[in-house]
Design a protein around this ligand. Structure first.
Ligand SMILES: *Cc1c(COP(=O)(O)O)cnc(C)c1O
Length: 399
């Protein structure tokens, strides 16, 4: 049985492989493995690519978020609004500063932080909000930036899954007070290990993030703040420089794969686009959720700006059964994310209670990520679609 993985580095193009080996040789020859010229060059190239003034390479996407919050002075007594339906690091970094993560529900149409929820959840203690460009689809930035200005809240973009995405002509991660990127190997731009980036237009914040990255010091052995070791390796910076020129082609391949999925799924008759409208920008009334229009529900590019870091379908009837079936057939899938953050044990209140956030809970129950990495072939995509449709069309009850 041929296996279809979620990611396969053995399919890297030969030219890219050669560039990575050259990068390794260059760093080895330089003898400089921490920060240095390689990191400075990577930061300049990233800043150019993203169209931002300051880009600071750091140890991971998680550390980018933590450093951004610390640089803003967020701490005990503060509240920070973030989505409940995201990777743990978004909220974990808030909690690590001593501030309180305030969980907001997602928009049913684009699955990103709902601006209405920001309005519902903001208080005089709200210091910042962290929208996430989930699965590579930009959040409703204009609306969220408007709210952040109106209420004097900082806006940190969690662009970990959206390197290279643009919204309204500007880079995702380049519009907020600070932007945070991850170069974890599965992301749009992947390192060969852990790495991350903080971006900002604010020179003072940039300088503070740079200092916090090396124990809060701008002058050696003089510490103005308590920072930590949040440095990016020179090797990872060099690998990322080798891959950066290929990132647009990789995003094009992801978009092509998403289009193939959509075409093949819709042609099967067993799938429909998710019917819920995006409610981020307009004043659409809440529509009660009707029965799904088809067994398989497909993700939508609601703003024409998706980068498809993940292709996440919904299968309300039996997501876990579908996942097991695909695994038996050699297709690797993943559930992002099975338990929304407001229900994580570490965030429950003393009574063990959590409020209801219906959209986040439904997405956590129904969603399944299918392989979409750039090296995937059209035949493999058709096989994933055929298997999924075959499972969804089986007459037996699987509930
Ligand atoms: C991957 C990811 C992170 C964390 O990035 P790491 O580099 O793995 O620390 C944060 N937020 C989101 C939404 C992510 O997907």
């Amino acid at each position: 049985m041929t296996k279809i993985p979620l990611l396969d580095f053995s399919r890297l193009a030969p030219e890219e492989r050669t560039r990575l080996k050259e990068a390794f040789d260059r760093v080895l020859a330089s003898g400089r493995f921490i920060l240095g010229e390689e990191v400075a060059a990577f930061e300049r190239e990233c800043a150019d690519f993203l169209g931002v003034t300051h880009a600071i390479g750091v140890s991971s996407g998680t550390d980018a978020l933590l450093l951004s919050l610390v640089a803003l002075g967020v701490g005990p007594g503060d509240e920070v609004i973030c989505p409940a339906y995201t990777f743990f690091a978004t909220a974990g970094s808030i909690a690590r500063t001593g501030a309180k993560p305030v969980f907001a529900d997602s928009c049913p149409g684009c699955w990103n932080l709902s601006p209405r929820e920001v309005v519902r959840k903001r208080t005089p203690r709200t210091r910042a909000l962290i929208p996430v460009h989930l699965f590579g689809q930009p959040a409703a930035m204009s609306r969220l930036l408007g709210l952040s200005r109106e209420s004097g809240m900082a806006l940190i973009e969690d662009a970990a899954q959206a390197f290279g995405a643009r919204s309204e002509g500007k880079a995702a991660g380049g519009r907020g007070t600070l932007g945070c990127f991850s170069f974890f190997p599965t992301k749009n731009l992947g390192a060969l290990g852990d790495a991350g980036l903080v971006t900002t237009e604010d020179g003072a914040l940039a300088e503070k993030v740079r200092a916090l990255r090396v124990h809060g010091s701008r002058i050696k052995y003089r510490h103005e703040w308590v920072g930590g070791n949040f440095r990016i390796d020179a090797l990872q910076a060099a690998f990322l420089r080798a891959r950066l020129p290929g990132v647009e082609a990789a995003l094009e391949a992801r978009r092509g794969n998403a289009a193939l999925y959509e075409e093949a799924f819709l042609a099967s008759g067993a799938a429909a686009l998710c019917p819920e409208p995006c409610r981020c920008c307009g004043e659409e009334a809440e529509v009660p959720l009707g029965p799904p229009p088809a067994p398989i529900l497909l993700p939508r590019d609601v703003r024409g700006e998706h980068t498809w870091n993940q292709y996440v379908i919904r299968y309300p009837a039996d997501r876990d059964g579908l996942r097991r079936f695909l695994a038996e057939e050699g297709v690797q899938t993943e559930v992002y994310y099975p338990l929304p953050l407001h229900r994580q044990p570490c965030f429950l209140d003393k009574e063990g209670e959590a409020e209801e956030l219906p959209v986040a809970e439904r997405l956590a129950r129904e969603s399944l990520a299918l392989p979409i990495f750039p090296g995937l072939t059209p035949e493999e995509i058709r096989r994933v679609v055929d298997l999924t449709v075959r499972f969804a069309s089986r007459p037996v009850s699987r509930m």
